[in-house]
Design a protein around this ligand. Structure first.
Ligand SMILES: NC(=O)c1ccc[n+]([C@@H]2O[C@H](COP(=O)([O-])OP(=O)(O)OC[C@H]3O[C@@H](n4cnc5c(N)ncnc54)[C@H](O)[C@@H]3O)[C@@H](O)[C@H]2O)c1
Length: 339
């Protein structure tokens, strides 16, 4: 079977993981090219993984007609223009979240996807491919908890990663765009493409005042009301002392589902002079390792089988719109009503 030849842009924290998965763990895919503005990153993957082509300019990579698909894991502000250029150059495209930081950018991406209906476009809302989140969706669809009407979501990055977050704080789009988009996408997925009515958000730099100069915070909460009164409560944070804390609760008319209620690393319990200890997962690469591989498999299989993934470019725009409304509420300190 002919392998799908992939070029990746972005070899940072997540891009390197995607590159490794494509090179070694996704059947049907071959990592043929890698691009980053950081020359050493490109040289590293070429030297260590034997990748055929390396680029420091994204548009040079698009000239390579041996490639079939482009995976975009560059900084968020680059996504939409790179999506448009890659689709126009004739490639299938996978792009990391968020689709774009501004709604205008997202609309550009939507137009590009609509212009190339024969190409596969997929967005990296990988939590939908995490076995536990996918199982929860299946249980909801099978009616196990009746009709879901409240979702409580907690996503807290480890304090140990704070310096990296601060480095990109000026261009991340803020805590709701950078972090909570995953929860926002899950809310839309579990409630079923529902429209936001209003949002009130609040937060600040509790441990790291530096975020406040970007009108951002290290912890923030949002209370969202959707069509027909459905409710979502979000806590996004960057300062968990214990590890990477991702937890979701979905309350329905006949029951409740909890995913990751305790963010356990594994089944080991440590008993010592401090009592009984369960360690936590350390970060997104550990917690969502399977999801990153499975979403990439889905992208490649969609190309091979000539079908489209469930996640659309419009899901990306919707998540950005909701994250924007939350960010506006956070900055303006008032309830934002959309409809
Ligand atoms: N799905 C998830 O769980 C998840 C987790 C982390 C990051 N992300 C997203 O992935 C993207 C990358 O995040 P990261 O943490 O890996 O960032 P990073 O800063 O560690 O890496 C960014 C990479 O992109 C490259 N790059 C930036 N602009 C470029 C350009 N114009 N041309 C070529 N290369 C360019 C950099 O050289 C670097 O290799 C972001 O959009 C982020 O929101 C998603």
């Amino acid at each position: 079977m002919k392998k799908i030849k992939v070029g990746i842009v972005g070899l940072g924290r997540l891009g390197k993981k995607h590159a490794e998965n494509i090179a070694f763990r996704v059947p049907g895919a071959e990592l043929m090219a890698a691009c980053s503005i950081i020359t050493e990153e490109v040289e590293w993957v070429r030297r260590n993984w034997g990748i055929k082509y390396g680029y420091t300019n994204f548009y040079d990579m698009l000239q390579n007609k041996e490639l079939d698909a482009i995976v975009i894991a560059s900084s968020s502000g680059e996504h939409c223009k790179q999506i448009e250029a890659a689709l126009d150059a004739g490639f299938h495209v996978f792009c990391e979240k968020p689709l774009g930081i501004s709604i205008e950018e997202c609309k550009t991406a939507e137009k590009a996807v609509e212009k190339h209906p024969a190409k596969v476009f997929m967005l990296g809302f990988m939590r939908r491919y995490d076995p536990s989140y996918a199982y929860a969706k299946q249980k909801i669809d099978e009616g196990y908890i009746g009709e879901p009407y409240i979702i409580k979501a907690t996503s807290i990055d480890p304090e140990s990663a704070i310096q990296g977050v601060l480095k990109y704080a000026a261009s991340s789009g803020g805590i709701f765009m950078d972090m909570a988009v995953h929860d926002i996408d899950l809310i839309r997925w579990y409630f079923g493409d529902i429209e936001l009515d209003s949002v009130y958000a609040s937060g600040r730099g509790f441990l790291h005042k530096e975020f406040e100069k970007y009108e951002d915070g290290d912890n923030a909460c949002a209370m969202m009301t959707f069509k027909d009164g459905y409710i979502a409560m979000l806590h996004a944070g960057r300062t968990a002392p214990h590890g990477y804390h991702i937890e979701t609760e979905i309350i329905g008319t006949k029951g409740t589902l909890r995913i990751g209620a305790i963010p356990e690393k594994n089944l080991v319990s440590i008993f010592n002079e401090d009592g009984m200890l369960k360690e936590c997962v350390s970060g997104f690469l550990e917690r969502f390792e399977q999801a990153y591989r499975l979403e990439m498999e889905e992208f490649i299989n969609c190309i091979i089988e000539g079908r489209k993934p469930d996640i659309t470019v419009y899901d990306g725009t919707k998540a950005t719109e909701i994250a924007h409304a939350a960010t506006r509420s956070f900055k303006e300190k008032k309830l934002i009503t959309l409809r």
